[in-house]
Design a protein around this ligand. Sequence first.
Ligand code: NOJ
Length: 574
Amino acid sequence: MSPESTVTTATIEVTDALHDAEWWRHAVIYQVYVRSFADADGDGTGDLAGVRSRLPYLRDLGVDALWFTPWYRSPLADGGYDVADYRTIDPAFGTLAEAEALIREALDLGIRTVVDVVPNHVSDQHPWFQAALAAGPGSAERSRFWFHPGRGRGGHQMPTGWVSSFAGPTWTRTTNPDGTPGEWYLHLFTPQQPDLNWDHPDVRAEHEDVLRFWFDRGVAGIRIDSAALLVKDPTLPEVPEAPGPGGHPHLDRDELHGIYRSWRRVAEEYDPPRVLVGEVWLADHRRFADYLRPDEMHTAFNFDFMARPWDAAALRESIETTLEAHRGVGAPATWVLSNHDVTRPVTRYGRADSSFDFATKGFGTPTDLELGRRRARAAALLTAALPGSLYLYQGDELGLPEVEDLPRDLLQDPMHFRSGGVDPGRDGCRVPLPWSGTRPPFGFSPTPDAEPWLPQPDRWATLTVEHQSADPGSMLRLYRSVLALRRDPELRGPLRWLDLGPCVLAFARGEHLLCVVNLGADPVDLPPHGEVLLVSAPLDPDGRLPHDAAVWLAPPPATPTSAPPDASTEAPSL
Ligand code: NOJ
């Protein structure tokens, strides 16, 4: 093929992909945590120039879209989830012009962009909050937030006893200009993240304007932070012991749906319509699916699946419940193995308790990283074969483990500090990516003497992009193969379960794919099949799938006279 025709084919593919208005139903969306992705200016913090320089890497990985965690101006009290100005890029990351260039350049490579919107709260440095503090009790400025007098004598007690998702109190007391103690304000997260009052028309209008600001710049969608927390019961009751549906004072309140319906209308003013992706942590599948009704969000992260242990019955139950709940509203499921808030899968799956729970992270418990890596490889094949869209957190394609031995004095996550140092926090999954070379900063920063904002372990030399690109058995090469195969629309047929025993997850996708995952300790026989398309670990000499491994198979050829399958076929990815 001549170079010219290669270019033409690539251009056609890019254009076709970008014309697919339903792309979000099956996309692979890669999460970029900008601070830790790539640092172009050498200050040890990732930046937009760094991302732009690595766009070809993302194209070659085979992702359809990038979700950027907040890149706006922020004091970084919570890694950027404390936004001071939505229309400005934080100077540590770059400029608005660079963000616009990045969005364009990614699109030229067929990659869409999703930005993070954080509607529950703003930074305490946001002009609205500063104005509210200055204006004092009873002012119009304060009514955009939840300012309230305290309870008890002298108002010394918090207005409610609500507990923060980051542990500790949810109210902070202000000081009046004359030095006396003043009102309290609500913050479900840190005191630097005051909650907005979504009953206020300014709050609604401002957010719709922010959406348009970014939609006008060509972003394909938004990820909605803490999407089920925005609305509060204005009577500020305590949290009941067992709140009924919609009965929690600050979680999953029915009034939220009106907000997302109005956002959907804004998204649909655009051609192609922009996409809403919700961060909705809810145990109730039916209430979760309510957010995905046709006039609300398009998709939401499936944390139920992510939190499950490496156990066939538990995962199958989650998959079935998920698919059923989504079917009811016509929305695609999402499959998520991790993000910037949770323990990396390689570490999680290497522990005796491989489930995820913020309250019990298993920090310091014995971890078999080899086993964890093996399972994470199998999980990659499993999640990529399931119907719906797939989220991939930066570094998971490299099989990075959680860094659990970061020096305590370098930790930055408020979750760590607010737990009194008990919770390790989330810094361990936010360590800058290793790109190349044999010692830190591993090509993350352009110069060898640069110091990444969190130190990378020396042992990451074998986990760099450079190293893994040259190793056919690496996690990176596996992900590239999986994502390349997954692009084939023929693999998107209906899911049909196969019964291969209690420790095995096995299913067909239409007529073109069989996926088998062995979560048990013993090897399992494969079902009748054609070509072995991809394996996460080599089949054993008898052609069986070993423990903690997954395989993608072509179904058996239709003709009964065809040769029996050669089970020992080497899979191309290894
Ligand atoms: C969820 C985000 O993913 C997390 O990083 C952040 O700390 C909280 N929301 C608060 O914005």
